[in-house]
Design a protein around this ligand. Sequence first.
Ligand SMILES: Nc1ncnc2c1ncn2[C@@H]1O[C@H](COP(=O)(O)OP(=O)(O)O)[C@@H](O)[C@H]1O
Ligand SMILES: [Mg+2]
Length: 622
Amino acid sequence: MTETRPPKKKISVFNAFRRLVPVIYGATPIFFLVYTVISISHGLLWGVETMMQQRFFDTATLFAIGKNQFSTVLRALAFLGGANIFCQILNGVANYLPDMFAQKVIGRLTAGINKKMAKLDPIVFENTDKLDDINKAEQGKNNSIWFMFIFTTIFTFYLPYFLFMGWYLFTLKPILVLSIVIIFVPTLLTQIIRTKVFTKLEDKLAPKRREYDYYESCMVSREYFKETRLLGGFLYFKKLYLESLEALQLLRFKATMKTNLIELLMRLLTVIGFFTIFLMLFNALMKREITVGAFAAVTNSVGLLYSIMEEVVCRHIGHMAESMGSIENYLNFLDLKERRGTVVVAPIWGDITLKKVSFSYPNKEKPAVKDASFTLKKGETLAIVGENGSGKSTLIRLITGLYLPDEGHVFINGVDTRELGIEALYQNTSAVFQKYQKYQMTLEENITISDPLRKYDEKTLDGVCQKAGTTKEEASFPDGYNTMLSREFDGVDLSGGQWQRIAIARGFFRTHNLIILDEPTAAIDPYEETRVYNRFAEISKNKSAIIVTHRLGSVKLAHRIVVMKEGQIVQIGTHDELISGPGEYQRLYRTQEKWYIEGVGSDKKRTEKGAWKSHNIEETFA
Ligand SMILES: Nc1ncnc2c1ncn2[C@@H]1O[C@H](COP(=O)(O)OP(=O)(O)O)[C@@H](O)[C@H]1O
Ligand SMILES: [Mg+2]
């Protein structure tokens, strides 16, 4: 599945920085200003400290040969000590600030993610690729913050320090500037090679890891457990599991060995580099081009320069490279399309009118709905029928304003759905879809979760349960509405049909002017579906309702039936009108008739299997 995805949009480090500045700096601008100033001063002060060292050594040597007064030495020492103490203080503050403010920034960004989520255009959720971005955005957010801190630190602390040192070395003797390069190159090379090796390793590991995870789940997950145990497959999976584990470890070991070897080589180069610098310095000292103080101070600081280089290149840049993937996810998430409607209160309930509505899914050429026009009247029960894939569900999403048409208009009581803000979308609507949720909560919670703010009593619950064809008296609900519907939490296990009826009850519970049943009955037999839809049509009086199905037998009671074929509305009318003339409806009806007519006149009670066959279609709808 992952193979067929288009490659992800790559974002360069600088682009990421440019885009994150307003998001993260914008969250607490004053802090970042303070941090930047402190960081720059800190970096420069490190350089100044080296200069102070030189001054101290120089005055001390001069004092030793009697060419200087002790007070001068003391003054130099005081400056050195002062610089050192000040440096320590700045260091403490610079370390403390990010932790303190990270919390604040994280809070702001989390709120930002939630706000963005709420504003997302629902069409975004149709794209699996984008769903991935959404899931990973949270992690990318945290990485983005640290990325910004590191990036800021590199430019406001390390860079000023290196520049200062470069300038200082240059004033001593221009060739000494080379020492920075000599230290820098091997460290950088090591890091580049390491990143390459590990990226390649990651590519190799991914499929192996999938295998490994799969075998593991075959052995321990609940769904596999019974069967794997039962069929004696456990040992077999264990063998495969251990083999893939071994393969994984071998790959990792090889990569680590390789990088360690390279690192060793590079360190050797660095040692040679150190030695060269030392020789250069010594040579300069002998020729009296630099003072003893400068010699001592620079020798002293070369070690520091090296460890800092290593810290920047290996730790910081390495981390940044590692987190780029998740930062991309975060930025892609921020780019997702938003819904921009300005009307936030749902229009007063009325007719819904579609005018020449067409819609295509992203990355699909053929429109899912084409040129659809009709009006759903206030209080009307409308059925939408058609074969699988004919565009019924898509039409529903257009009617409710969930999706916006590419062409044409949908008006809810005269208001174009394009003008509706996301807040206004669901205010009047309740729906039950084919893929409903099974919440691991009590029966009561499973029903009332669709409208948590609604006031209700037990009678309300009884009512919606009855409409959905279930009741708390069922044997499966030993604690009535308090029955826990989850085996994981010591509750009961329900059948698919029972879950379905609960989902329908949930749909009824929600306060609504329009209710939609989009094939929530697909998994149950046509007879049961018809019963549910009949009850539904009965109780939907005064409210607009849409029932969707590919089984025509269930929709006779609807005021009107919309027949869809390949995205287009091919017929609209009552059952009697549509059945009396030739057309798609009649064709579909004829092919399905046998489902209902077989075994006419036999016992009406349902038997275990295929019981619905024993019902005459006419009786079923009566
Ligand atoms: N999320 C989606 N992304 C891309 N294409 C889709 C998506 N959902 C449905 N389609 C396509 O749109 C057409 C209509 O689908 P749908 O409205 O679900 O039909 P129905 O509800 O009648 O079965 C089909 O060709 C289907 O493949
Ligand atoms: Mg559908």
